[in-house]
Design a binder for this molecule. Structure first.
Ligand SMILES: Cc1cc2nc3c(=O)[nH]c(=O)nc-3n(C[C@H](O)[C@H](O)[C@H](O)COP(=O)(O)OP(=O)(O)OC[C@H]3O[C@@H](n4cnc5c(N)ncnc54)[C@H](O)[C@@H]3O)c2cc1C
Length: 385
């Protein structure tokens, strides 16, 4: 067999699962697996909400990617600057990486600098630094209004703003600061979890009513000014602390390459059955960077299942025994709501194939699901590193 070079861009769940699977199955064969990431760390992002509440420190929820070198994966800590699929080459800050197979798993970029008025008691657990800012603001919060406000779609983890609201409310209760305080989700959706269908909307409403969290739908947030949310219609809504979800952008090297598609905001276009670039047979995409192309939300669980599929496909191509199975188009999201935990399970097959609502059920809420979330975090960080 001639030596095959598999190049993986990004060390989030998509990149890390793909690297592990390929090296596990092809170790000993003449294959080189290289993973490039500009930070050198894998972050378990769902736990950024626990960094916000002080239950985790940043180092508890990240692992150095270099740990994968023990398994035989070559790690390059460098920034991808350009993807040139026509030449089978990726350019980084320091050099050029040629490949036979490319997996693009560069995620999406939460643009904190694009939150107007971020200095006005606004924070965001969509980044680790932002989660630490939330922790500081929450620690000094005495009473008043907390708002949770996404600025635009798409953003990572559609239910996470609701989870952040539950956690904020729970934290106030535990600290005896609930008197004179309220928590409100301001969302551009008209109903909670609107794209997931009426059953999810009513399940979320029920939980929010149960714990006294308000929802105001149809609010398009422009930014924050002097402790007021400013909407695109010019309304001003007062708050004392705002937890924002930043606008997200595609990674620049994707948007600026032939892989990016302007009709989906510059995110990567893939064939929805094979996750392959429609133009380049040896280029695949997984995770957040392809979510707009599939018409689904951004979630680690999708990145995980897609990476399992893409890596099996590449291994089978190299070994010459491809079975032709589809990837698992379902997702589970476990939420810590403070009081209880709950899991949302959705099968997106109909959504991806014909644009209908996904088939969703909400499992829980039960205290037990909080334990599931803790256990999953441990499992994840132990399993892949
Ligand atoms: C608060 C919060 C809660 C969440 N909760 C859940 C949940 O409960 N369930 C769930 O399934 N998902 C959840 N998610 C979403 C989940 O974390 C993401 O969808 C997932 O991490 C996407 O994986 P990915 O591999 O596509 O990209 P990412 O994890 O974003 O990884 C991309 C990697 O690429 C690297 N990179 C980017 N650009 C470059 C470049 N130019 N050069 C080199 N490297 C680069 C980055 O450093 C990063 O390591 C949550 C996210 C947040 C923020």
């Amino acid at each position: 067999m001639t030596r095959k070079r598999v190049l993986i861009l990004g060390g989030g769940p998509g990149g890390v699962v793909a690297a592990n699977n390929i090296i596990r199955r092809l170790r000993g064969d003449d294959v080189e697996v290289t993973l490039v990431d500009k930070t050198g760390y894998h972050v378990f992002q769902p736990s950024q909400l626990w960094v916000m509440t002080g239950q985790r420190e940043p180092d508890d929820i990240r692992r150095p990617l270099r740990l994968l070198e023990r398994k035989g994966v070559k790690i390059v800590v460098d920034e991808v600057k350009a993807i040139r699929p026509e030449n089978h080459v990726v350019n980084t800050n320091t050099g050029e990486l040629p490949y036979d197979y490319l997996i693009v798993a560069l995620g999406s970029v939460p643009e904190v600098s694009k939150i107007p008025g971020y200095e006005y008691s606004v924070c965001t657990p969509w980044t680790i630094e932002g989660a630490l800012k939330c922790r500081k603001l929450l620690a000094s919060f005495k009473k008043g209004s907390i708002v949770v406000a996404p600025l635009s779609w798409p953003y990572k983890c559609p239910p996470a703003p609701f989870e952040a609201a539950f956690m904020a409310k729970y934290l106030l209760e535990q600290r005896g600061a609930v008197e004179g305080s309220n928590v409100t989700v301001l969302h551009f959706w008209k109903e909670p979890m609107e794209p997931f269908g009426p059953s999810m909307a009513s399940a979320f409403k029920k939980f929010m009513d149960m714990y006294g969290i308000s929802f105001i739908g149809g609010v398009e947030v422009e930014g924050f000014e002097d402790r007021h949310v400013v909407t695109k219609r010019g309304e001003r809504i007062e708050y004392n602390l705002a937890i924002a979800v930043p606008p997200h952008s595609p990674p620049e090297p994707v948007a600026n390459s032939e892989l990016g598609d302007p009709s989906i905001g510059g995110y990567m276009k893939v064939d929805r059955r094979t996750l392959r670039s429609p133009k380049y047979d040896n280029v695949y995409g997984v995770g957040d960077v392809i979510a707009p192309s599939l018409g689904i939300g951004m979630a680690g669980v999708f990145a995980h299942f897609q990476a399992e599929y893409v890596s099996s496909r590449i291994v089978d191509e190299i070994k010459g025994a491809y079975m032709g199975e589809h990837y698992n188009m379902s997702g589970v999201c476990v939420m810590d709501m403070g009081y209880l935990g709950a899991a949302v399970y959705c099968d997106f097959t109909r959504r991806i194939m014909s644009g209908e609502y996904p088939d969703c059920v909400i499992l829980g809420g039960m205290k037990a699901f909080r334990a599931v979330k803790y256990a999953f975090e441990r499992y994840w960080l132990d399993k892949w590193f």
